[in-house]
Design a protein around this ligand. Structure first.
Ligand code: BDR
Ligand code: CA
Length: 319
């Protein structure tokens, strides 16, 4: 089993990523860290606890930092709905509800990495606040992980937040910059999956129909109802009846490297720009004279990924 720690701001596509991880029988989720982002931390925590209860996940779920390192928190209820899960209504868990782990999100990162030295795959599909704080507790964290995989950034692509910024970096650019700097010491370069690659994954109505057809399991219903909001948001943004579904591709690629192609690149985060704070800048021509610090996901096989995702969910939830 591959031990993974998921740091997420659940979030419609985060919920799909979490469900996918649980559905794989070769993955052990050793911790879930809730980060403020798409909605506030308390709501992200509530979503992660409710989904964990529905999925039978027993791993600790930590409440992450309530605000970014420097700037004020922004949230995206327009994109993900008032609770972060679109139109979905989370059922009240039967019996005693799951409760948050008493540790901070940063401490959970550190404890999980120390418990699985060289083995733990870190998955960041939200802002980087908790991981940046974890690096203050344990500066050796990069060498304790097997690998870090990040959904974040927009390199040669418009942003989805400000014109040049991607959400996960834009919410806490100071944290993202610190993480990238610290991970130059990692034995393996982190994989950074920017919008350039993740926006190839476009769920259509057909995708949702295939998802719904898998089963009437409550988690599938939650995902289907959540996705309807995501489609409405994308339609209002001019994309038509579809949704860009970022996070599950990134976690799947961590386990199935054949799903995407990566290329080494030096990447940094702009913190000073008046128009571009939070932009990820990639140095394709080596002008900085720096070694590459990430393996940038440059191209994903979106159709294969969607088939793979649905197959994994079918195996777990199908009749
Ligand atoms: C990222 O932003 C969030 O809204 C999504 O969950 C994804 O992690 C895409 O920019
Ligand atoms: Ca997310």
């Amino acid at each position: 089993h591959t031990p993974v720690l998921l740091d997420c701001d659940t979030g419609i596509d985060d919920a799909i990523a979490l469900t996918y991880l649980e559905a794989r029988d070769d993955v052990e989720i050793v911790g879930i860290v809730s980060t403020a982002g798409n909605v506030g931390t308390e709501q992200v925590l509530a979503n992660n606890l409710a989904l964990s209860a529905m999925l039978g996940i027993e791993a600790p779920v930590a409440r992450g930092a309530a605000a970014p390192l420097v700037q004020e928190l922004m949230t995206a209820e327009d994109t993900h709905g008032p609770t972060g899960l679109g139109h979905a209504i989370l059922p009240q868990p039967a019996g005693s509800p799951r409760t948050a782990d008493p540790r901070s999100g940063a401490q959970l990162w550190v404890d999980a990495a120390r418990a699985h030295p060289g083995e733990l795959v870190g998955l960041v599909i939200g802002p980087h606040t908790n991981l940046a704080l974890a690096l203050e507790i344990e500066p050796e964290l990069p060498s304790l992980l097997r690998r870090l995989h990040i959904m974040g950034g927009a390199i040669n692509h418009r942003g989805n937040t400000l014109p040049t910024t991607e959400w996960n970096i834009a919410v806490d650019p100071d944290a993202a910059r610190r993480v990238l700097a610290a991970f130059t010491a990692a034995p393996q370069r982190p994989v950074l999956a920017p919008l350039d690659a993740t926006e190839a994954v476009r769920f259509t109505q057909e995708t949702v129909d295939r998802l719904r057809a898998i089963s009437a399991h409550p988690v599938i219903t939650v995902l289907v109802d959540a996705l309807r909001w995501y489609f409405e948001f994308h339609e209002a943004d001019g994309f038509g009846w579809m949704a860009h579904v970022h996070d599950p591709l990134v976690v799947a690629h961590a386990l199935e490297p054949g799903l995407a192609r990566t290329s080494p690149l030096a990447v940094d985060v702009e913190l000073e720009g008046t128009l571009t704070r939070g932009q990820t800048v990639g140095d394709w021509l080596g002008r900085w004279g720096l070694d590459p610090n990430v393996d940038l996901m440059v191209e994903a096989d979106a159709d294969t990924f969607v088939d793979h995702l649905l197959r994994v969910l079918e195996r777990r939830f199908g009749a």
